[in-house]
Design a protein around this ligand. Structure first.
Ligand SMILES: NC(=O)c1ccc[n+]([C@@H]2O[C@H](COP(=O)([O-])OP(=O)(O)OC[C@H]3O[C@@H](n4cnc5c(N)ncnc54)[C@H](OP(=O)(O)O)[C@@H]3O)[C@@H](O)[C@H]2O)c1
Length: 266
């Protein structure tokens, strides 16, 4: 029998997690309870058999695994409400909230609970996320369960908690960076003759294929570039011009700027 899971905060991320877990068959719909204050938007999940509620305490009483998916500023109050209903011997908590540290959760809950932090990205909605995970007081079985869960929603990697901000930049903000790269390709594609829809298809599928090459063949990007660059050819001419204009440098500077922002402001 699958374990019972409560998702506290049925917004974009919470509902995407619920849908992915049901679609993948990881858990029976009736073994998930999902909460928010206004439950009208949860009706589609209810129609699939998921339990919905506006009562977080009810959810905690129902489930052993609790996924915290509210906005960071809401969590302290919610945990204070939940605390009398939580037992360290029973409940395991998984926070997907950006910028909420294990020590922040422990400030309310104490240090006895098994806690995980997970940083997915928006591709979790189509089960194609990369989810970076760190843990506190977790057994091997508990860690494996969390890996299995997020593997149903894409790929996973365990990291140290000190890298959580970096994982937010590379993995979660990274979706926006990739989108802007694809958009630029579309704009260029239109200028050299394609309509927008065809340019979008070519640009998006090309990026997807390039990523799949790395993920399936485990090659270095430069090895794949070597296969495309004929001496004196058009690819190397375009690539070198991009580099003259600061292509790699601007991406690295953008990533470092995002990181500095998250570390200093959030
Ligand atoms: N979106 C992403 O791709 C992404 C990626 C990584 C991490 N995150 C993190 O995930 C968290 C959620 O992000 P999101 O984009 O899903 O935000 P969101 O759509 O605003 O979802 C938050 C949900 O929490 C509910 N909520 C508020 N107060 C509540 C309470 N007292 N009890 C139960 N539910 C309550 C809200 O619904 P009501 O107002 O109806 O209660 C809302 O639906 C954030 O901390 C974010 O940092 C998001």
């Amino acid at each position: 029998m699958s374990k019972k899971i409560a998702i506290i905060g049925g917004g974009n991320l919470g509902t995407a997690i619920a849908e992915g877990l049901i679609n993948s068959g990881f858990v029976l719909p009736e073994h998930i309870i999902i909460t928010k204050r206004n439950i009208v938007t949860l009706k589609p999940l209810e129609e699939k058999g998921v339990l919905i509620s506006n009562n977080n305490m009810e959810a905690a009483n129902y489930a052993d695994w609790i996924i915290l998916a509210v906005k960071p500023f809401q969590i302290k109050e919610i945990l204070q409400q939940l605390k009398p209903h939580l037992q360290a011997s029973r409940h395991k908590l998984v926070s997907v909230m950006t910028g909420v540290w294990i020590k922040d959760l422990q400030e309310v809950l104490g240090s006895d609970f098994t806690l995980f932090r997970a940083m997915p990205n928006t591709a979790i909605a189509i089960q194609q996320s990369i989810t970076c995970i760190c843990k506190h007081k977790a057994s091997d079985d508990e860690s494996n369960y969390v890996i299995d869960l997020f593997n149903k929603l894409g790929k996973t990697v365990f990291i140290e908690e000190k890298l959580m901000d970096a994982s937010t930049v590379l993995g979660a903000c990274g979706t926006a960076f990739a989108m802007r790269y694809i958009r630029a390709n579309i704009q260029g594609g239109i200028e050299i003759g394609f309509d927008a829809a065809t340019a979008t298809l070519i640009a998006a599928q090309t990026v997807k294929g390039a990523a799949e090459l790395l993920l399936t063949k485990h090659t270095h990007p430069e090895q794949e570039i070597d296969k495309v660059t004929t001496p004196k050819g058009c690819t190397i001419a375009g690539l070198n011009e991009m580099e003259h204009q600061g292509f790699s440098s601007s991406l690295i500077k953008g990533i470092v700027t995002s990181y500095k922002k998250i570390v200093t402001d959030m």
